[in-house]
Design a protein around this ligand. Structure first.
Ligand code: FAD
Length: 118
């Protein structure tokens, strides 16, 4: 059956959300203005109240209590998101991702050097 126009399940919602968040982080300025910082911090801080998977949102909320979003630069946001995503990966028994700027840029902004994503 064609499920392409069905409501998102937890996995699809998660993949779409991570895609948006990691991509937004990769294009966030290296030297953000005060407005940029406020917007990024507000958006990330709002997720535990707005993310439409109740138990996911609860886990995220407790994670953010000890590790609040760090939005002082592109690299800081990318790293914070990567660590936050890894916390979910570990809880779900998935592989973790190497949180280096090089690997994150390759995955979410530039694509691999062999050009297969160009
Ligand atoms: P995803 O985990 O969706 O990852 C997509 C792609 O991101 C991967 O293919 C990989 O290339 C890349 N990637 C992986 N790890 C990282 C990283 N650390 N940094 C950068 N890139 C990375 N599901 C639940 O069942 N329970 C939960 O409690 C839960 N909480 C969630 C909380 C949030 C905030 C979000 C956004 C999603 C949550 N999910 C949860 C969904 C879950 O994280 C996955 O999105 C879903 O299981 C689909 O997984 P996937 O294997 O397709 O890849």
């Amino acid at each position: 059956q064609d499920r392409s126009n069905c409501p998102a399940d937890i996995e699809q919602l998660g993949r779409a959300t991570w895609t948006f968040l990691h991509t937004a982080a990769a294009y966030y300025p290296a030297k953000p203005s005060p407005a940029h910082r406020t917007h990024m911090f507000s958006m990330l801080s709002a997720l535990p109240s707005l993310y439409p998977c109740h138990h996911c949102a609860e886990h995220l909320g407790s994670h953010m209590k000890t590790k609040p979003p760090v939005v002082g630069s592109r690299e800081e946001v990318m790293n914070w998101l990567c660590e936050t995503h890894n916390e979910v990966n570990e809880r779900l028994g998935k592989d973790t991702f190497p949180c280096t700027t090089e690997k994150l840029d390759e995955r979410w902004k530039d694509g691999p050097k062999d050009g297969r994503c160009d």
